[in-house]
Design a protein around this ligand. Sequence first.
Ligand code: PMT
Length: 415
Amino acid sequence: MLKGIDQAASPRVLLCVCGGIAVYKAVETMRLLQKAGCEVRVASTEGALRFVGKATWEGLTHTKLASDIFDYTESAIPHIDLAGWADVVLVMPATANVMAKMACGLADDLVTATLLAVPATTPLVVAPAMNVHMWKAAATQANVSTLRERGMRFVMPVSGRLACDDVGEGKLAPIDDITDAVLGCVGTVASGDGDVSMSGLRVLVTAGPTHEAIDPVRYIANASSGKMGYAIASECARRGAEVTLVSGPVSLPAPAGVTRVDVVSAADMRDASVAAFADADVAICAAAVADYTPAHPADHKLKKGRECLDLIELIETSDILAELSATKDAGGKHRLVVGFAAETNDLADNARAKLERKGCDLIVANDVSRADSGFGSDTNRVTFVFADGVEELPTLSKEEVAVRLLDRIVAMRQG
Ligand code: PMT
């Protein structure tokens, strides 16, 4: 077990709210967590109380709101007791001010003192929201990096119209994503097997197909369902990793505790993957990315008979796996990069050639000639191909393939 919690009891979430306009969304998030079976307690800064008052929090949690370090009737030492009580801590909306204090270890009110007192083994989820310039400020970005390096999970803000009417990054992430991130931690805590072998790691997973537009209604695609990549993302989250899942168009729901970035084309997938890789420790490229894309997609629906559909000029897409592999040792940090290879024959030989050509650390060679393996199936038949050997696996569920693969990756990272 990750920590000594009673498996029969409800998971305990401490919600630390800070003074930003998005506090009202914390109320809805708290309700979602309660509906999911969590017991929630709330600690509020004085600033946050100006946006949402004590009566709302106490009415909905049926417990005292904690906001004053010297005046909390539930405990004589509120910051220590609250920090120790929680199975998971959520800071939402995390302001620039509170994140700066967290990064420096300042503890000048109940919320910051509590955050400093959270044991290192307790997952801490941070969901920032603020003005775009405050978010992009070098000081804020440095504090976010520091906190992420210490193992805190971030549900990053998104772009949109902000309260100040500026448009840009800084808008609180969707509350479903924040709830999923917390429940993902709860899953880790409450699953009972205590597998935190990927805790503190940031993992990029690509999954699904890409769609390459011919015109606004026609595209080139493939039969990837996303099942393999989603199983990997889910297993990474279960083991405590912070996961960014860059997903092509599929009909699967986002796994709990995973940040999903939806993309359509190979070019979109490349941009989202390169951005996520900047902060990652491991990249696993399970997507079936188109190798070619139409050179000149039409801006209107091509008319059968009248416009040319029998000759579509194609150009090569960027090779994402090769690009990530080429930068995996940049900045003195060794990142592990894993690719897949969909093969119909000479599995290991073709995969070894891809390993060398693309420069990754491991290729999962996928036998796509069989009905029970590869695109769309629930099971998969794969062989791990390393620079110095191979490991052939029997036909397994995609979930079990993910387990075996991540066991390997964890072992490789340990040297
Ligand atoms: O999604 P499912 O239905 O569960 O199916 C799973 C799967 C068969 C899609 C998956 O297991 C798989 O094998 N994924 C890789 C499929 C593929 O495109 O193979 P490839 O041999 O063409 O590419 C090799 C590697 O390069 C892959 O890691 C791919 O993500 C990557 N690549 C390919 C082209 C490109 N432009 N950029 C890339 O990064």
